[in-house]
Write a protein that binds this ligand. Structure first.
Ligand code: UD1
Ligand code: CA
Length: 457
């Protein structure tokens, strides 16, 4: 039986006080609406329709890759009016699951329960008991039977005592949904077309209405303000942290851990406080991440140690760190840094688009850009590859066992043969043959009897 998913995303989100449409605000680095799409992907719906309105162009272009269909609701006359816009797109039968684009943490399990409960024949509402139900639509029951949803503003004093609320999620037989929403009116306190009025219509027609209660507040919390967004962010981060800890990852403090993407960990991984992982990050067995690291799109092999305050950003090229490598503190690895086993990158060292073979070391204050560095190379403090001539970038090739002294400039393109030594303070512009010593700096002179100038009085 066909399943169609409709996601309401036309509202303004006034309380966010943002130029960005609310459903594009980010939770863990992803748009709220993207979370809803991702979480309902396992349902394998025949079609997903996103209702846009405020910021429609922005929302549609941000979600262009989703394979969803878009319908616009202009102006926004209520949730029932929103669903009216989808009627021409919906098939003649099956089940329609209705969700909100600002409620990102709905679980696939709950939505599956609703869809299975509906089975194209029953109206199934997701409900929750709130200790403070102010503002929500109330579930009016007679005995067990659901009779209606009454919006807070329309509710009597007695109805306002009801704590069971509508969450904004329902599964509806598609044929009836299409008919019912076209018959809605806006004779209510807000002058809006309420989707929730279809409940009374179903009851009047004798169609079964079920209220399915969730105990998990997090999955139905919507985002209306920056405070609610931050609250949901912490809840989501805690869920991710718990899942990692259950898999054996040792987080120093789950409250000071942020994952904005996917983190895959081997066994005995330790992560200290205040680290941020973005994009896709893979950590091998026994990897240790020190406090205050930011790591994005990188693979870190077994036994490597990333010391405190290290920034690794692979962007689209990625960064790889070999087995047993030691990185940081205060290191910066940029796109295309490929570090072999046991490489050491120390403080204030920047590596970009460079390959370092096993055991190579750059321990202090250095830059390696567009370089190929052989095994066991020792790259001195303060040395840099001058890879950019103002127009183009060039490569520096450093053979195995080369020793580059401190404060050298290797002007690319240039090649240094295996085992060569570069004297400290040299500016190297010509190739250096294997095994040779190259020194390219002013000769030291000593002037005896020289006196410093004295200040004139
Ligand atoms: C709605 C429900 C209420 C429920 C609450 C749960 C109605 C009438 N009421 O109320 O019973 O307890 O959600 O959060 O449905 N939207 C549109 N077009 C519109 C209006 C809204 O797309 O014209 C979208 C919003 O962007 C949002 C969703 O629908 O994603 C819900 O709208 P909102 O205004 O938040 O509904 P509530 O008044 O909170
Ligand atoms: Ca709302």
């Amino acid at each position: 039986m066909a399943l169609n998913i409709v996601i309401m995303a036309a509202g303004k989100g006034t309380r966010m006080k943002s130029a960005l449409p609310k459903v594009l605000q980010k939770l863990a680095g992803r748009a709220l609406l993207q979370h809803v799409l991702d979480r309902t992907a396992p349902l394998q719906a025949a079609q997903r329709i996103i209702i846009t309105g405020h910021g429609a162009e922005q929302v549609e272009s941000a979600m262009a890759a989703s394979a969803a269909d878009f319908v616009r609701q202009m102006p926004q006359l209520g949730t029932g009016h929103a669903i009216q816009q989808t009627v021409p797109l919906l098939p003649a039968s099956g089940t329609t699951l209705i969700l909100s684009g600002d409620t990102p943490l709905i679980t696939a399990e709950t939505t599956r329960r609703l869809v299975e409960g509906c089975a194209g024949e029953k109206l199934v509402l997701l409900t929750i008991d709130y200790s403070d139900p102010t503002g929500y639509g109330r579930i009016v029951r007679e005995g067990e039977a659901v009779k209606a949803i009454v919006e807070h503003k329309d509710a009597s004093a007695e109805q306002r005592q009801i704590r069971e609320c509508y969450t904004g999620v329902m599964a509806v037989p598609t044929a009836q949904l299409k008919r019912w929403v076209m018959a809605l009116n806006n004779n209510n306190a807000q002058g809006e077309f309420y989707l929730t009025d279809i409940v009374a219509m179903a009851v009047a027609e004798g169609l079964p209405v079920l209220g399915v209660k969730t105990a998990d507040e997090t999955e139905v919390l919507g985002v209306n303000s920056p405070m609610q967004l931050a609250d949901l962010e912490r809840r989501f981060q805690r869920q991710q942290a718990d899942a990692l800890m259950e898999a054996g990852v040792r987080l120093a403090d789950p409250a000071r851990f942020d994952l904005r993407g996917d983190l895959v960990c081997g066994q005995d991984v330790e992560i200290d406080v205040n680290c941020i992982f973005e994009g896709r990050v893979e950590l091998g067995n026994d990897v240790r991440i020190g406090a205050n690291c930011v790591i994005r799109n990188a693979r870190i092999a077994a036994g490597a140690c990333i010391h405190e305050f290290t920034h690794i950003d692979g962007e689209s090229l990625g960064v790889s760190v070999g087995e047993g490598a030691l990185i940081g503190p205060f290191a910066r690895l940029r796109p295309g840094a490929q570090l072999g086993a046991e490489v050491h990158i120390g403080n204030f060292v920047e590596v970009k688009n460079s390959t370092l073979a096993k055991g190579a070391k750059a321990n202090h204050l250095a830059y390696l850009g567009d370089a190929t560095v052989g095994e066991r190379v020792n790259y001195g403090a303060g040395s840099i590859t001058a890879n950019y001539d103002g127009a183009n970038k060039h490569r520096t090739v450093i053979g195995a066992d080369v020793h580059v002294g401190s404060n050298c400039v290797l002007v690319a393109p240039v090649e240094i043969g295996a085992g060569a030594t570069i004297g400290g303070g040299s500016t190297i512009t010509k190739p250096v043959a294997a095994g040779e010593l190259a020194v390219a700096r002013g000769k030291q002179v000593s002037i005896s009897g020289w006196t410093r100038p004295a200040k004139k009085r």
